[in-house]
Design a protein around this ligand. Structure first.
Ligand code: ADP
Ligand code: MG
Length: 272
């Protein structure tokens, strides 16, 4: 719970909301500015167990900033992020990861000098051992069971033909799938994805949608930031719309699609 000096009636009602029994992630009144630019203001968001929650909004709306606040890369100026009852704000990214939050960034972050298989094994090893390590010449050879799981995970994202490819040689779309595999092998309680299909051809986008649907059947809670409305409407149970750093609409895909505020926010951009 958050430390508050004095509780107001408003705080009481928010405590009640935070107590929603099936809430996995609660973003509580988050603000973040960059030298005077309000990237996030008054952001409240609740992600429920097992749902796929999409965060959409025009370019520069604050979507990536919000995700970076959730994973501990950015510290909010105000407010907090609560995961499974535990306050994440103030924790380091690796601590948040150890609690069961995995992420796929907008710019794929893979180990360029390692192979596909080795890249997938790194987070699995770190998770198991409770610390991060990369020692490809010693560790990977000895880890037969993890290797099998890594191969299966690579297959699940369609990278089975590239197991020994060096990550630096891969296309951006393939790196994205690799990063997704690196997230999935951790079996996270919550998976945060920042535009997982950006840079992919339509065929690969559809394959990723199918994969994310399959993961959903397994019950994993996901937050997905996405620009591609085909992906959003294929996957989302609920949608939050950010514009100018504020949540302007929240609801089911149908509710959001028909919200005039959302249409207005997207004027000059793509159709919602
Ligand atoms: P989105 O992901 O929705 O496109 P971002 O969260 O990346 O938007 O950015 C929101 C706003 O904050 C933009 O105006 C962006 O230029 C600004 N911004 C993001 N990160 C930084 C940063 N590290 N320093 C300064 N400004 C930033
Ligand atoms: Mg972004």
């Amino acid at each position: 719970m958050l430390a508050t000096a004095e509780k107001t009636a408003d705080d009481e009602s928010r405590e009640f909301q935070r107590g929603t029994p099936n809430s996995v992630l609660h973003i509580d009144d988050v603000h973040k500015s960059f030298s005077g630019l309000h990237a996030l203001s008054d952001v409240d968001l609740e992600v429920l167990e097992g749902e796929t929650h999409a965060i959409i909004g025009p370019n520069g709306a604050g979507k990536s900033t919000l995700l970076n606040v959730c994973v501990g890369r950015l510290k909010p100026d105000r407010g907090a992020v609560v995961f499974d009852g535990e306050v994440l704000t103030g924790k380091q990214p690796h601590e948040i990861n150890q609690l069961g939050v995995a992420r796929v960034f907008q710019t794929p972050e893979v180990f360029p000098d390692l192979t596909v298989l080795e890249n997938i094994m790194v987070p699995a090893l770190s998770k198991r051992d409770g610390h991060f390590r990369v020692n490809p010449f010693k560790d990977f050879e000895r880890e037969a069971s993890l290797r099998d799981e890594a191969v299966a995970t690579a297959e699940s994202v369609g990278l089975q033909a590239q197991l020994t490819a060096q990550a630096s040689s891969m296309s951006r779309g393939d790196k994205r799938r690799l990063e997704l595999a690196m997230g999935l092998i951790q079996h996270p309680r919550l998976l945060l994805l920042d535009e997982p299909t950006a840079g992919m051809a339509r065929h690969d986008t559809n394959a990723t949608i199918d994969l994310l649907k399959k993961i959903k059947e397994g019950g994993m809670t996901k937050v997905i930031i996405e620009h591609d409305m085909h992906v959003v409407f294929s996957l989302a149970d609920r949608i939050s719309v950010l514009a100018g750093g504020r949540i302007i609409a929240q609801g089911t895909p149908d509710e959001v699609k028909n919200d005039p505020k959302v249409k207005e926010a997207y004027l000059g951009e793509e159709q919602v």
